[in-house]
Write a protein that binds this ligand. Structure first.
Ligand SMILES: *Cc1c(COP(=O)(O)O)cnc(C)c1O
Length: 397
């Protein structure tokens, strides 16, 4: 019996023969048919399928305007520009996020200001936001980490008091709810449809905004600064005329990608229900003495894009990095979300090396994201639980 519970890294038999991937997308026949139809139509770049995806996202989220682009990074870049954030401005962001969240701030010539996260949700801590506001602060970019919404009432209140713009990084949070509303119904909100995200177009993103002026600017900026999109330019009879208003970008989505997104959006709610079931199963079965599990905030409907667990290192004789290696030996791929940005060479070079973010540091040193994806089987889920508990119990202090 003892032998059977020996982790593979110590010479025991691995839980799985074949490696369980971390987050493959769920692509059905519907997506394939829809993409093939676009290819056959010969209209493969931005056109009516992009417009259809925008309309569907608008009614799904319940917002006035949705503009789709080719990534969430592009979405955030353009949203900063559309809100006139630029040189001389400071933008408050968490360090515990993907690099795109802060890189876009640098791209528009503004300065990212990293603040610490909350111990329970791993989301940006509103109290820490308050402490870092200066006369130069122009915007806040809260990130709905792992699909758990930030406490938006608190953040919006701070923004109102200090006249700040709120741009939400909702790369993980399409379909997540804060209180009674889906993320995207207020502020300017950026979504990602990257391959690993809750719904995908391969590469893709979108901005939801209630502000029609921002929406108009975004539509212009995503396509060279031309004030009409390609579809309108070419599809309308004899309409060859266009005007360039400013030096924009080439950030539009293609109809090929949008066709996939339309089918993914139809399935999104069921995708999230499945993710929530997996998360619930993990939460019930993973050893809660040896790990701290990601709880759902009382105000939230968590989209469960990620399932990050923290090792209770005081009770374990194993480091996080060693644990990840041991998981791989069991046949389970895991990941880390995220390496804090102030630790990255780029931001070290820019002088962020010595800032103190104790909660971020602590969470980073202990976090591991477990596989969670729509097509996981019950066996896959059980394998993950078995591997996690077996390793931790073997290395219990
Ligand atoms: C994935 C991700 C992004 C970037 O999304 P892209 O669509 O790949 O540009 C931004 N922020 C966070 C938190 C992410 O996880």
């Amino acid at each position: 019996m003892i032998e059977m519970n020996k982790p593979a890294i110590e010479g025991g038999r691995p839980v799985r023969e074949k490696i369980l991937p971390f987050a493959p997308p769920s692509i059905g026949q519907e997506e394939i048919d829809s993409v093939v139809e676009v290819l056959r139509s010969k209209w493969i770049t931005m056109g009516k399928r992009v417009v259809e995806l925008e309309n569907r996202l608008q009614s799904y989220i319940g917002t006035k305007n949705v503009i789709v682009v080719d990534s969430c990074t592009a979405a955030m870049h353009l949203t900063l520009l559309a809100n006139n954030v630029g040189p001389g401005d400071e933008v408050i962001v968490p360090s515990f996020t993907f690099t795109a969240t802060a890189n876009v701030v640098l791209e528009v010539g503004a300065k990212p200001v990293f603040v610490d996260i909350d111990k329970e949700t791993y989301n940006i801590n509103p109290e820490e936001i308050r402490k870092h506001i200066t006369p130069k602060t122009k915007a806040i970019i809260p990130v709905h980490y792992a699909g758990q919404p930030c406490d938006m009432d608190e953040i919006n209140k701070i923004a109102r008091e200090h006249n700040l713009i709120v741009i939400e990084d909702a790369a993980h949070a399409i379909g997540a709810r804060y209180k009674d509303h889906l993320i995207g119904h207020e502020n300017d909100v950026c979504f990602s449809f990257y391959a690993t995200k809750n719904m995908t177009t391969g590469e893709g993103g979108a901005i939801a905004t209630q502000n029609s002026d921002v929406a108009e600017r975004l539509r212009t900026l995503r396509l060279h600064g031309i004030d009409k999109d390609a579809w309108k330019r070419y599809a309308a009879e004899g309409s060859w005329y266009y005007e360039v208003k400013e030096a924009g970008w080439k950030y539009n989505m293609t109809d090929v990608a949008a066709a996939m997104g339309i089918e993914q959006l139809k399935k999104l709610d069921s995708f999230i229900r499945k993710r929530r079931e997996i998360a619930e199963f993990y939460s019930k079965n993973i050893d809660q003495e040896l790990f701290t599990l990601p709880a759902e905030a009382r105000y939230a409907y968590h989209a469960r894009h990620l399932y990050p667990i923290l090792l209770n290192l005081d009770k374990l004789k194993i480091s996080r990095n060693h644990f990840i290696e041991a998981m791989l030996k069991e046949g389970v791929q895991t990941s880390v979300h995220f390496i804090p940005l102030h630790r990255q060479p780029l931001y070290q070079k820019l002088g962020y090396g010595n800032i103190a973010l104790p909660v971020t540091e602590d969470v980073y040193s202990r976090t591991v994201s477990l596989p969670i994806f729509t097509d996981m089987s019950v066996d896959d889920i059980n394998d993950v639980i078995l591997a996690v508990n077996r390793i931790a119990r073997y290395y219990r202090k």
